[in-house]
Design a protein around this ligand. Structure first.
Ligand code: EPU
Length: 301
């Protein structure tokens, strides 16, 4: 979607940088996604006004974080992408509290805190993506979930149209789910982390890295796990039991390493990937009566 000149001028006044015709395939870990204009929101304070301008002009938008858990439609997209450019370093530590910008890299945050003897997030080390994206979906791995440590979140609240600060205990964090609204925009987070010597944290990080390397296709384009695990079960194990590793639609393929990772093995399109997701879901339903829910967020038109 093209942002017209007069709107672009107003958005620039509000500190937003506009990048025209960006190929989102280059900004997603799946390497899939069409073209649209992108707005970089450099001034948090003007976000409410930017949102009002977009609403008044009937410009649809989607908020792109690290792009690691999203499947974006192909072709010219009928919405613009909003993005918070990353800040350096975008984080600071005060006692046991870490103050982190949502645009910061999740792994970068884990190591930054570790070097300051703050642990508790070792399991998150290899999870790709931004801190904001991890917050929104309560990312987790190896027994750690980011929500456990959250004490405060600063965000743009779509419901009020304003910037707000929420206390940790007012936010619900469940398995890969939070009480944030889909159009809330995470801006900053305050996490409380346990003190731990750097060496000990590093040992924990190494163990998680090894487990991940042994079981996940880290060198292929993916969005991590495609489905959430069903209560008490494992989506990966179930798909594997059906002998679907290597199963493909075009270049979209069930990883031969971990069956809940679907990879872009070449030039997969969004529609290839969606067909593969539906096909696998249907086979699991037919064989086990089990309904697999997407973990990946799908942005169709
Ligand atoms: N398994 C198979 N075949 C496979 C994949 C897994 O038999 O192809 C078996 C494993 O051997 C194991 C069980 O299934 O006995 C569970 O597998 P794994 O330990 O890999 O964990 P998972 O439940 O598949 C979850 C998260 C991952 C996270 C790991 C480690 C979900 C949907 N996935 O995977 O998170 O990294 O645990 O904690 O909750 C993600 O969310 O994108 C993600 C990658």
């Amino acid at each position: 979607m093209r942002i017209e000149e007069h709107v672009a001028a107003r958005l620039k006044e509000l500190g937003a940088e506009i990048r025209q015709s960006v190929l989102l395939a280059e900004q997603t870990s799946l390497g899939i996604g069409g073209t649209t204009d992108e707005l970089l929101l450099r001034r948090y304070g003007t976000i409410p006004e930017v949102m009002r301008v977009l609403a008044n002009e009937n410009i649809r938008h989607k908020f792109l974080g690290g792009g690691t858990n999203v499947l974006v439609a192909d072709g010219e997209l009928p919405w613009v992408a909003l993005h918070l450019p990353s800040t350096q370093p975008g984080m600071r530590v005060e006692g046991n509290m870490a103050h982190v910008d949502a645009s910061a890299d999740l792994g970068g945050m884990v190591t930054f805190c570790a070097k300051r003897d703050l642990g508790g997030m070792e399991g998150l080390i290899g999870v790709p993506g931004s801190v904001g994206g991890a917050l929104r979906m309560n990312a987790g791995a190896y027994g750690t979930q980011i929500g456990t440590h959250v004490r405060e979140v600063e965000l743009y609240r779509a419901a009020s149209g304003e910037l707000e600060t929420l206390r940790g205990h007012d936010i619900h964090f469940d398995y890969r789910h939070t009480s944030f609204a889909p159009d809330d925009v995470m801006l900053r987070v305050k996490l409380e982390l346990p003190s731990k010597p750097y060496k000990e944290i590093l040992a924990g990080i190494r163990v998680c890295n090894e487990k991940r390397r042994a079981s996940q296709p880290l060198n292929q384009k993916s969005a991590g796990c495609i489905f959430k695990n069903p209560p008490g079960g494992s989506a990966g194990k179930t798909i594997d039991e059906l002998k679907l590793k290597g199963h493909r639609v075009g270049d979209a393929m069930v990883s031969d390493r971990h069956a809940n990772f679907f990879v872009n093995a070449g030039h997969a399109s969004c529609s290839d990937m969606l067909k593969l997701i539906d096909d696998v879901r249907e086979r699991v339903r037919a064989a086990y009566g089990m309904e697999l829910e997407n973990e990946v967020i799908v942005w169709q038109n």
